[in-house]
Design a protein around this ligand. Structure first.
Ligand SMILES: Cc1ncc(COP(=O)(O)O)c(C=O)c1O
Length: 369
């Protein structure tokens, strides 16, 4: 049996027919950019995430740049971020003219800790921090990090590209953030039919500024109060996601079930599964295990031989990327992010995986010697 790492075409019954019919209506009505469906999607997204303001934009990278700009991050400001994340987090800081500083992550939780953020604030005196929530989890020390940033007047942006629907202490992770962003790249938990992203705020003024930035800094049709850019969400993507949002709880349940089965049923000592903290309700974006870095290449060959897809999210620390040269302002490293990059392994996980596919992955991994 062949099991892909991800299959983004496992739609719910009737989904394809509904979205194609809705797309035909948009084309007939000439609603290509904007129009009522974008507002309807933003309103549904706001309700789902229990936030005060939810805005659609062009992609998850723009979302971070928009949030940084709307929250007042300026040229040459210092911005902390974890060394273990997707490159877009690092890139966004540079793209808004600010300077990225990377912090190490914990080997146990794979996320930032209050201690690492405290060390970064003391050493670099930053204006902002991007707290990244990876794998569909939340950083277990989110509440304490939010408090610490407030005490030190550090602007906090939470990169929730992988964490839509995730909860911490029973509450929406995005809903509890002052400023958060997400990605609707098709492979994400809530994927669009193309590129798309979302920005979330608690405060009305910041949300208003962000809305202006999304649309060329427009304050009137030909009045431009700010230097923004074109990061508008397309009508077709909004329509597709509005329909998909209706099924999001079912998608999350299916993904979570797979992650839980792997953690419970894979007994091979070569892999150590990591679960999110007890306070975190994961959305099932990725299954995460670590292994001795020297054994990972052989295990990957074994998975390939048995036609099982896999991921190594992410295989390199940000500060080690060639593109960081000349941009990175500083880093605090204890070697943990590097270790995670060499050790992490992700098994197939996507919405509506068949139980026989999950069974096959579990058996094949358990049989690995
Ligand atoms: C943690 C993280 N941040 C930002 C992004 C960027 O999102 P996009 O690809 O929609 O620009 C991603 C997408 O993979 C991500 O995983």
């Amino acid at each position: 049996m062949k099991v892909p790492f991800i299959d983004i075409l496992r739609f719910e019954n009737g989904f394809y027919e509904t979205v194609t019919q809705k797309a035909a209506e948009l084309i007939k009505n000439g609603h290509f950019v904007g129009g009522p469906v974008v507002g309807q999607f933003e309103s549904a997204l706001k309700d789902y995430t229990q936030t005060a303001f939810a805005l659609g934009c062009a992609n998850g990278t723009d979302a971070i740049q928009l949030a940084l700009r709307a929250a007042g991050v300026k040229k040459n400001d210092k911005v902390l971020l974890p060394d273990m994340t997707f490159w877009a987090t690092f890139e966004s800081v540079v793209n808004v003219g600010a300077i990225p500083y990377t912090l190490d992550v914990s080997r146990e939780t794979l996320h930032l800790t209050v201690a690492s953020v405290k060390e970064g604030i003391e050493k670099f005196k930053p204006q902002a921090l991007i707290l990244v929530h990876l794998y569909g989890w939340a950083c277990p020390e989110t509440v304490e990090i939010r408090k610490l940033c407030k005490e030190h007047n550090v602007t906090l942006i939470e990169d929730c590209a992988q964490a839509i629907g995730t909860k911490i202490n029973g509450e929406s992770l995005i809903g509890g953030a002052s400023a958060a962003t997400t990605s609707f790249y098709p492979a994400k938990v809530l994927g669009a039919s193309g590129d798309a992203g979302g920005v979330f705020f608690k405060e009305a003024q910041v949300a208003k500024d962000c809305q202006i930035l999304i649309n060329h800094g427009r304050t009137g049709h030909y009045d431009h109060g700010m230097i923004g850019w074109n990061s508008r969400l397309g009508a077709y993507e909004a329509s597709f996601m509005l329909e998909s949002l209706k099924h999001l709880d079912a998608k999350l349940a299916s993904r979570r079930h797979t992650c839980e089965r792997y953690r419970k049923e894979i007994k091979n000592p070569a892999l150590k599964f990591i679960a999110p903290a007890a306070s975190v309700w994961e959305n099932g974006y990725l299954s995460v295990a670590v292994m001795d870095p020297t054994t990972r290449p052989a295990f990957i060959e074994y998975l390939k031989k048995h036609e099982i897809g896999y991921g190594t999210v992410y295989p390199g620390a940000m500060s080690e990327q060639p593109g960081a040269t000349g941009h990175i302002g500083g880093k605090i490293s204890h070697g943990h992010a590097d270790w995670v990059a060499k050790s992490v392994i992700n098994l197939p996980c996507f919405a509506y995986m068949k139980q026989e596919e999950v069974d096959f992955v579990i058996k094949t991994v358990n049989d690995y010697k």
